[in-house]
Write a protein of this length. Structure first.
Length: 404
């Protein structure tokens, strides 16, 4: 009996930890908003399979005093299904400090619950099941409240830091695709002249940027390049309020993440939130036509696509012309892909705005390093490989096929 009791304890803890893993994964996807999980999630059946079904089996098994049924379900069905689900996710749970705090908090209260259950108020049957459920709800709610308070303080610290750096120019980049590439091209060009820093990898959320600002910007920083992503209306507006960019780039806008926004119009409107900055000097848009209907009146929009022509892209590199200072200037780069010309063009126009000479920019563009896993040319055993494994859009895939 003692061994069965311990077995029940292990499966109860696995069950609650599994629910926590599922909820925290979704919270991370939806910027820690329970409302979005309940109303915006594109696969609502997951809630039934990975949350409601295990919860129902757990409560009914203990209500009818058949915990062995739950133990079997948890060990043979729930946990294997959850493991397979986690491995198949495009974006698995990242164990950030916030996620680690939640699981530590959950573990501490599980231990406390078992001590109280053993020493003070023994629970069994339905009362034990409801006690575990209440424990989970309490820990989740307490964690969300605690993190909300912590986040507000963290965001205010980042905002104060941005405001205190009087010589800092902030550049924000958004779009359906091309954000990270544009950010990296721009950083490669500007860091030769300025003390420039860009948000790392694909960090593009409000809290991710706040963390980057607090950890990596200092009094010597002259340029900050931030990538702004969104899963819902208002996400980019929050980022804009945090960093108040001087310069904005809205790369190509398409039907990426349509499952979250439902319509292309909603996507365009959300991307245009980047133009709400109180100190915006210029905004470089791949297509002004798509953004202008949602932009504030008199926004300083620059139509990048109309300033680029004669794009030629082969496996040897890309060349194009861009209209600068009333003259068509020719640029060459090792970077592959016709669409890369527009991303590089935005970087060129910003560099010109910040005072770099055209001839210097030409040399820097020629020396640009391709971005890893984005039409990256590799030579292995005398064979040419185009590594486009990070690509998430049809246009990029078709360009890779064309180049091959």
């Amino acid at each position: 009996m003692q061994s069965l009791s311990w077995l029940n304890l292990v499966f109860r803890w696995l069950f609650i930890t599994g629910l926590g893993y599922y909820i925290m994964t979704l919270l991370q996807w939806y910027h820690y908003s329970m409302f979005r999980i309940l109303t915006k999630h594109h696969k609502m059946r997951w809630h039934g399979i990975y949350f409601l079904l295990p919860l129902g089996v757990f409560i009914l098994s203990y209500a009818f005093k058949m915990p062995f049924v739950f133990d079997f379900f948890c060990g043979v069905i729930q946990m294997p299904m959850l493991i397979v689900w986690a491995k198949r996710n495009d974006k698995p749970l990242v164990f950030t400090p916030r996620v680690k705090r939640f699981f530590i908090f959950l573990l501490l209260f599980l231990i406390l619950h078992e001590i109280l259950n053993t020493e003070l108020v023994p629970l069994n049957g339905i009362s034990l099941a409801l006690g575990c459920l209440c424990l989970f709800i309490f820990v989740l709610s307490a964690s969300l409240i605690f993190e909300k308070v912590l986040s507000k303080q963290y965001l205010q610290t980042a905002k104060d830091k941005i405001a205190s750096l009087k010589n800092l120019k902030v550049i924000a980049i958004t779009g359906s695709f091309g954000k990270t590439s544009t950010k990296n091209f721009l950083l490669q060009i500007l860091q030769t002249t300025f003390n420039a820093h860009a948000s790392p990898k694909s960090v593009n959320t409000l809290l991710g940027l706040a963390n980057d600002i607090n950890q990596n910007l200092d009094d010597k920083s002259e340029i900050y390049i931030a990538e702004a992503g969104a899963r819902n209306k208002g996400d980019i507006k929050e980022i804009t309020r945090l960093i108040e960019p001087h310069l904005a780039v809205i790369a190509e806008v398409g039907e990426q993440h349509l499952e979250y926004f439902k319509t292309l119009e909603n996507i365009c409107e959300t991307k245009a939130e980047l133009l709400d900055s109180k100190r915006l000097e210029k905004a470089f848009c791949y297509s002004v036509e798509k953004i202008k209907p949602y932009a504030p009146k008199d926004s300083p929009l620059i139509d990048v696509s109309s300033l680029v022509k004669n794009i030629q892209s082969t496996l040897k590199g890309t060349s194009f012309e861009i209209f600068i200072d009333s003259v068509w200037e020719r640029f060459e780069t090792k970077v592959l892909g016709e669409f890369s010309a527009y991303n590089i063009a935005s970087a060129i126009l910003i560099a010109k705005h910040l005072g770099l000479e055209t001839e210097r920019i030409k040399r820097l563009v020629l020396e640009l390093n391709p971005i890893a896993h984005r039409l990256q040319l590799l030579e292995v055993n005398q064979k040419i490989i185009i590594d486009d494994s990070f690509n998430g859009n049809l246009k990029g895939m078709l360009e890779g096929i064309r180049l091959a």
